[in-house]
Design a protein around this ligand. Sequence first.
Ligand code: ATP
Length: 600
Amino acid sequence: MLDNTRESRRPRRRLSLTASGRELAPAISLRRTFREFWPDTRGLRRLFVAGAFFAVLAALCEVAAIRLFGHITDEVLTTKQLAAFWAPAFAWLGLAAIAGATSFAGSYLTALGAERFLLTLRDRVFAHLQTLAPDFSENRRLGDLMARLTDDIEAIEELVGSGLVKAFTTVVSVIFFAGAAFFIRWDLALLTMALIPAFLVVSKVFAGRFRTAAARERASNGAMNSVLEEGLANQPLVQAYNRQEAESRRLHREGGRWLRANMSQAWLSGLYGPAVQVIETVCLIVILGFGAWEITAGRLTLGGLLAFAAYLALLYPAVQGLGEMALTVSQAAAGADRVIELLRGRPTVTDAPGAVAVGRSRGLVSFEKVGFAYPGRGRPALQELSFSAVPGQVVVLTGPSGAGKSTIAKLLLRFYEPGAGRILLDGVDIRGLTRRSLRENVTVLHQETLLFSGSVRDNIAYGRPGASLEEIIGAAEAAGVHDFVKLLPQGYDTPVGQRGRLLSGGQRQRIAIARAILRDAPVLVLDEPMTGLDEGTVEQVMRPLRRLMAGRTTLLITHDLRHVPEGARMVHVDPVPRVDRVRLKRVGFQPHTARLSAPP
Ligand SMILES: Nc1ncnc2c1ncn2[C@@H]1O[C@H](COP(=O)(O)OP(=O)(O)OP(=O)(O)O)[C@@H](O)[C@H]1O
């Protein structure tokens, strides 16, 4: 029978995990899983229908071939009439060729539908994650998200794509093989069919347990994936702190949990096979005994009995396949739960109805009594913060660690909405602007320089897709990148390595400045741009930075006041004081405000 699901084409074990490692995602019903993912099969249903059609044709050919086999036994082997052999033999050969071709077409079309479904669904989940605040991904383990976007999505495909084709073709095959058996001897067929419910009862008993085991396997597998990802990504830290053995032990511990979860699955699968086989053997013995009786009484031919047994030999695996499908569905549903959980994540900020797409702004930024608390955090990160910045001006946001300085950048980009007060761009409340157009106007240089693993040129061009090579080189020259790029083995095409690790900190920072120059947004937010750079490198970075800041509105977040440009305005951001909330209500809280002071 046709087995064209992805499950049959890849290893059974999959990596998957949840936010907290072994924590299981909530179980969501099968119906809700279909409601969520069925729309993703739009445009692919014709492929699945064609795949099922060819698979059914292949099954029909098998039915006819067995009929010919019975005919050859009775008309050629029993009667020893060799002349009667050739016609059915050639017909059998023809059927085998058709069965082969239709089986291939069925598998191919179903696989095509399955792969396209994966492409669509992965794109959808990834696009959804892009609409969420970056903290959504940052608060989760990367390995977990990776597993959900790969293995769990495949599990869903097995449920609503190729899984459906398999279910349909299996049911049709069962009907064909059972029908053919009935055609030979209805009473004998009825006798053997009576045992079919036993297969279904066994699979039902196993399915529930299998689902729990599968969910546990996915979660523990995911936890192991996270340990692997973290251990490899933080290798310099691991080795510098001599934590290799500890990391290996951690991996071994998670691997052990995964092993146990897998073993409980293997235990169930291992038990399921023999349980089904016992029922199957009982059926065959009953048929052979009854068949022998009927042949002796002259009511059944040998060809009839052999064809009957051949139909049953195909029927039972098909029935067993139906039962196993319940197990596959259980496993797939465990993955679906985890993807649905991601899709339920709601963006913290959306465009307001009637939001305006602003063009290039002048760059006038104002914070007016802005207050904000991160979701789930009782204590505000910012309270009554007010300042403004005009084009050509550098406003230095300084204050102790945890005072909320980086939060200012997140609010300006509208990753979050302030709980109180408002933020204005050119005098317009940014809540009335589309996020896309707002972000076109703001460039942030992060504390940790963020680079992709492409070439130097790709990383600079990220600032403005479609920029010409001349523009890229112009930005690189202004940022002091050109000098060191000339010395790299492949110039601008040199790969920068994962997160730019093949470059020095200063070189990475200058590439980020070139990217910002190319982007040419009127508002610039520099979040601790000198972190981790030595004095010599700071000088190399400061020059292009000054060029970048010229004529723009710059918010410079820094602890280090040594490199504050002349004429900059200081805004001290003080941490929101810890106040007993009950007392705060009774006494009335005097909020702190940002203090403005003259340049140093
Ligand atoms: N995603 C988040 N979820 C919940 N709380 C957060 C989140 N990000 C920051 N915080 C909290 O908000 C407060 C302000 O954080 P923020 O990063 O803005 O401080 P900062 O002044 O930039 O600190 P530093 O100078 O050390 O970078 C801190 O108490 C921090 O723990």
